[in-house]
Design a protein around this ligand. Structure first.
Ligand SMILES: C[S@@+](CC[C@H](N)C(=O)[O-])C[C@H]1O[C@@H](n2cnc3c(N)ncnc32)[C@H](O)[C@@H]1O
Ligand code: SF4
Length: 108
């Protein structure tokens, strides 16, 4: 289900504020990864998308952070599932990743 309100912006940025470690110099909104907190965050994100972001085709979807790949594989699947309506027809979809966390399973 998607929001019905008029929404002109066709670029969606989704912030995933979790990291495996915290870099002292970093000014971005981020906390150390905690599985329960990340589950709650995804639940709230789903609610906000449903209430505020209509499913009109996005030109770009950018998933940043934080470090989105700090999420568990199940949480990443959940994130991509709830973003699915916004990915249809997008010219560009980006997700930030920590090279140390990359695996074939993760990429798939
Ligand atoms: C916020 S991180 C997100 C992606 C991922 N967690 C990472 O560290 O690459 C994106 C980039 O912002 C840079 N960055 C973080 N805090 C910064 C700051 N205060 N000034 C300049 N660059 C910063 C990081 O070095 C990193 O290359
Ligand atoms: S967002 Fe990137 S730079 Fe900032 S604390 Fe996390 S890993 Fe470090």
């Amino acid at each position: 289900m998607c929001a019905a309100a008029t929404f002109e912006n066709r670029a969606l940025y989704v912030h995933i504020p979790f990291c495996q470690g915290i870099c002292a110099y970093c000014d971005f909104t981020r906390v150390r990864y905690h599985a329960g907190l990340a589950d709650q965050y995804l639940t709230q994100l789903a609610r906000e998308l449903e209430e505020r972001v209509p499913c009109k085709g996005m030109e770009t979807v950018y998933i940043g952070g934080g470090t989105p790949t700090a999420l568990s594989l199940d949480q990443l699947r959940r994130l991509l599932d709830l973003l699915q309506p916004y990915l249809q027809g997008a010219a560009e979809v980006t997700i930030e990743a920590n090279p140390e966390a990359i695996s074939t399973e993760l990429i798939e």
